[in-house]
Design a protein around this ligand. Structure first.
Ligand code: ADP
Ligand code: ADP
Length: 231
């Protein structure tokens, strides 16, 4: 589904530049459930943002379903993201001036779906995430955990082929976190490819492959034991 070859990313800093992704090579097969782990600052969020096509300041090759993303214009990348990718942000990134149900509806608004169908998809999703009572509230009227649930609901409502999640359960109670991981498992069994970033061993145990990052390098991959002790 995705191939990264020699993907690199750096930020300009006062003195020079800081490398956050170093020669990343990665092959993601359809249907995989991948966990990315590693210490804070290792580049996990940067890798997820690149995969999500939110960040386009990387160098290297990115192939999505056989298409060369690295040769695409910004608009084409955005179209792929809207059509195929759902992203759960660590800091939620809900739109403050939209209600819960308007936030959740957003991914559907990019698709050609009849209004009545959209309404029933939103209603079903509100119900599934047990946030029906919050539907007309704004993000600043919600707790962190509630905002996180809305962010997850928004990421999965359009049934994306690729679901990316940055610490998706960081602000949830353990029982809610378990429900979310069970939901991810179900989506994965239905064919959704998932890449999650987490520090939680419990969350990681739902995945089928774990990558380790350190200082921008991919230093471990349970599907590639040769990478295991590098870095
Ligand atoms: P992780 O998700 O593993 O904690 P990140 O990908 O968030 O790591 O960050 C990797 C490194 O890049 C960190 O040192 C972080 O401070 C730095 N970084 C991330 N975003 C920026 C940015 N916009 N400008 C400068 N440095 C950044
Ligand atoms: P979160 O991980 O919840 O998104 P962060 O504080 O890690 O929040 O990062 C928020 C944003 O700031 C991200 O877009 C990240 O890339 C950027 N960022 C992270 N570290 C730095 C840094 N050292 N300098 C500038 N921007 C950064």
């Amino acid at each position: 589904m995705i191939q990264l070859k020699n993907v690199e990313r750096s930020y300009k800093t006062g003195a020079g530049q800081t490398w956050v992704l170093r020669r990343i090579g990665l092959d993601i097969q359809p249907g995989e459930f991948i966990t990315i782990m590693g210490p804070s600052g290792a580049g996990k969020s940067s890798l997820l943002n690149a995969l999500a096509l939110l960040d386009d300041q990387w160098a290297g090759e990115y192939w999505f379903k056989g298409e060369a993303v690295h040769d695409m214009k910004r608009k084409q990348r955005a179209d792929i993201a809207k059509k195929h990718i759902g992203m759960v942000f660590q800091s939620y990134h809900l739109l403050d001036d939209l209600t819960v149900q308007e936030n959740i509806d957003l991914p559907l608004s990019y698709k050609d779906i009849p209004k009545s169908e959209r309404q029933s998809m939103v209603a079903d999703t509100l119900d599934r995430f047990q946030i029906v009572a919050k539907k007309d509230l704004y993000p600043n009227q919600l707790s962190g955990g509630q905002q996180q649930l809305v962010g997850i609901a928004r990421a999965v409502i359009h049934n994306p082929a690729l679901l990316l999640a940055d610490e998706p359960t960081g602000n949830l109670h353990s029982s809610q976190a378990k429900e979310i991981m069970e939901l991810f498992k179900e989506l994965n069994q239905q064919g959704t490819t998932i890449v999650q970033v987490t520090h939680s061993e419990v969350n990681a145990s739902y995945g089928t492959r774990t990558l380790q990052m350190r200082d921008g390098w991919l230093v471990g991959d349970t599907s590639n034991p040769n990478l295991q002790f590098q870095g």
